[in-house]
Design a protein. Structure first.
Length: 188
């Protein structure tokens, strides 16, 4: 509100009347005194005692209903599901029974993530277990082949080279050709 010579327009009836700043200040104070006087006296209050009581009862019923409603259980986190395998199995079974709900339910999404993480965490352990099993099988195969070789050697008589008789061995003479080939002649 600006005072000091500024004129304001007010509605009076159907027409508009211009007030001076002094009248505006005077009328402004009078309007607030009338409003405060009406509230204090209570002669123009449109809210009755019955409506106040009804509003209070409605508020009380609303608060009771809100207090009695079951609390929403927050979804289990991925780490909680990874630690509790029984709960993880239960959530997965519930999700598998209702596939349409499983795509939007946060419990189902967290359970799938937990399964993936558990699988990736167990993968190196499974790989090490498979490698150990392979080495164990390889060692068993090597031992069985060694045993077979020893059995075959036991069946053959051993030759003792130190106790063999000394016999000179002469190389066999090369075979002699009856006729050496002649150059330019063809043998038939």
């Amino acid at each position: 509100m600006r005072f000091g010579g500024v004129k304001r327009a007010t509605r009076v009836g159907l027409g508009i009347r211009t007030l001076s700043s002094r009248e505006t200040r005077h009328n402004h104070g009078v309007a607030w005194r009338q409003v405060l006087g009406n509230i204090a006296v209570g002669s123009y209050m449109p809210v009755s005692n019955k409506s106040i009581i009804a509003f209070g009862c409605l508020t009380a019923v609303t608060l009771c209903m809100a207090a009695c409603s079951p609390k929403r259980i927050p979804p289990m986190t991925v780490s909680d599901l990874m630690e509790d395998r029984v709960a993880l199995d239960g959530v997965l079974m519930k999700c598998n029974q209702n596939p349409a709900k499983a795509r939007t339910n946060s419990d189902c999404l967290n359970a799938r993530i937990a399964i993936d993480r558990l699988a990736s965490k167990d993968a190196p352990a499974e790989e090490a277990k498979r490698a150990a099993e392979f080495e164990r099988n390889r060692e068993q195969l090597r031992l069985s082949q060694e045993k077979q070789r020893q059995e075959q050697e036991a069946k053959k008589p051993k030759v003792d080279v130190y106790n063999m008789p000394l016999v000179p061995v002469e190389p066999a003479p090369p075979p002699k050709d009856p006729q050496p080939p002649i150059v330019g002649q063809v043998n038939h």
